[in-house]
Write a protein that binds this ligand. Structure first.
Ligand code: NAD
Ligand code: UDP
Ligand code: UDP
Length: 382
């Protein structure tokens, strides 16, 4: 039995009609962590359209205010700068938990980010450092590690998810975790079905993300079984669309920005590795159906259309510039060789399947990138 979140809950009817005067609301109160990011901001748009009250919780590590600023001034919208690794008290009906950098470039080079966050925390740092010299022992080292680790992706995935699950438990909210196809690692089964347990390197450069999300799934299921939290788990496959960070290093954003800037498209390795690319509106539809539905999951949410990186480069050439050159670069460590979702389960239980093909979706993203890339260039030249 779920507890009502607060007395004036927006879930009309769940208070037996006793909604105090002036507090009646049209929709649900929904928190979207990571709502200022690429996927989150599109989700926020749909929730706002639906008439929900939306609270975005974001630390702006990879997201930005520009992605949600069109909602500023709307009384149904609130933006909170907050790091999910810290506890937070909110009263909500649903929690979409997206907060986590999704680009390998961002999550792999986390030590740099950690140092930067460290400088901001210099007082704590000085304390720990002195403590280590004063008492050079395991406790001192542990303390230092804790601070060095203060913003790492693994911690975001684990402590951040724990906090959001704690929040869901306290207020009786439904909780949706945006997990990833990366939980399958470098898969030995193709296409990937939800029952496949994966092939993940636990100590590699990608593990902070892969293993972090696997642990987040574990936590979600433990809170579901142990504390009756209503959880939903989505395993998202590569997604693209407007508002992606231009220089976040993901392949679609890289190729599009490179083609627009008349730079060579950088294909890593031999370009024969595959990915399946889904347009962001399809993903948002899938996430909302999952949240509203009755099934915990996990559900693969992705477009089964599979492309090698060379094929993707060709589609980008056709869409933007047929004369764009291709430049081969060494591949990155532990790069999965292939990835393609089996979406039978989502089709059957959520009635969901993607509608936008790569050739239809790419021009929509190019339009947005063109505005931002050439906007950037103008700013840079002035
Ligand atoms: P993104 O980097 O654009 O958005 C992530 C958002 O989370 C950003 O706004 C960032 O500032 C915020 N954030 C990061 N760490 C935070 C923290 N500690 N506290 C508060 N906010 C924090 O990424 P995205 O592509 O929008 O991905 C959203 C979610 O979907 C992520 O959880 C990601 O793992 C998952 N996902 C995305 C893809 C994809 O292809 N886009 C694929 C699989 C899974
Ligand atoms: N938490 C939170 N907001 C809440 C409730 C809990 O951020 O409204 C955090 C809390 O600080 C804790 C985590 O969620 O770190 C897990 O909470 P839970 O109650 O499950 O565990 P406990 O606090 O009993 O260890
Ligand atoms: N990739 C590439 N060129 C780039 C960026 C990435 O060929 O400029 C390759 C990368 O090696 C990987 C694939 O594209 O094989 C997808 O990479 P991305 O970082 O977009 O997503 P993920 O690896 O998380 O699936």
């Amino acid at each position: 039995q779920r507890r009502p979140s607060i007395e004036y809950t927006s879930r009309i009817g769940s208070t037996g009609g006793k909604i105090p005067l002036g507090l009646k609301r049209k929709g649900l109160r929904v928190v979207v962590t990571g709502g200022a990011g690429f996927v989150g901001s599109h989700l926020v748009d749909r929730l706002m359209e639906r008439g929900d009250t939306v609270i975005v919780v974001d630390n702006f590590f990879t997201g930005s205010k520009e992605n949600v600023m069109h909602h500023f001034g709307n009384p149904n919208f609130e933006l909170i700068r907050h790091d999910v690794v810290e506890p937070i008290l909110l009263e909500v009906d649903q929690i979409y938990h997206l907060a986590c950098p999704a680009s390998p470039v961002h999550y792999k080079f986390n030590p740099v980010k950690t140092i930067i966050s460290f400088l901001k925390k210099k007082i704590e740092f000085c304390f720990c450092f002195c403590f280590c010299f004063w008492r050079w022992n395991v406790f001192g080292l542990l303390l230092l590690c804790v601070f060095f680790d203060s913003m790492c992706v693994y911690k975001t995935n684990v402590v951040g998810t724990l906090n959001m699950l704690g929040l869901a438990k306290r207020v009786g909210a439904r909780f949706l975790l945006t997990s990833t196809s990366e939980v399958y690692g470098d898969p030995l089964q193709h296409p990937q079905v939800e029952t496949y347990w994966g092939n993940v390197n636990p100590i590699g450069v990608r593990s902070c993300y892969d293993e972090g999300k696997r642990t987040a799934e574990t936590l979600a299921m433990d809170y579901h079984r142990g504390a009756n939290v209503e959880v939903r788990i989505a395993r998202i496959f590569n997604t693209y669309g407007p508002r992606m960070c231009i220089d976040d290093g993901r392949v679609v954003s890289n190729f599009v920005a490179q083609a627009l800037r008349k730079e060579p498209l950088t294909v890593y390795g031999d370009g024969k590795q595959t990915r399946s690319f889904q347009f962001v509106s399809d993903l948002v539809e899938g996430l909302m159906r999952l949240m509203e539905g009755e099934h915990v999951g996990p559900f693969n949410l992705g477009n089964p259309g599979e492309f090698t990186m060379l094929e993707l480069a060709k589609v980008v050439q056709e869409t933007i510039d047929p004369n764009a050159n291709i430049e081969f670069r060494p591949n990155t460590e532990d790069d999965p060789h292939k990835r393609k979702p089996d979406i039978t389960k989502a089709k059957e239980l959520l009635g969901w399947e993607p509608k936008v093909s790569l050739r239809q979706g790419l021009p929509l993203m190019v339009k947005d990138f063109r505005q931002r890339v050439f906007g950037d260039l103008k700013e840079g030249s002035s």
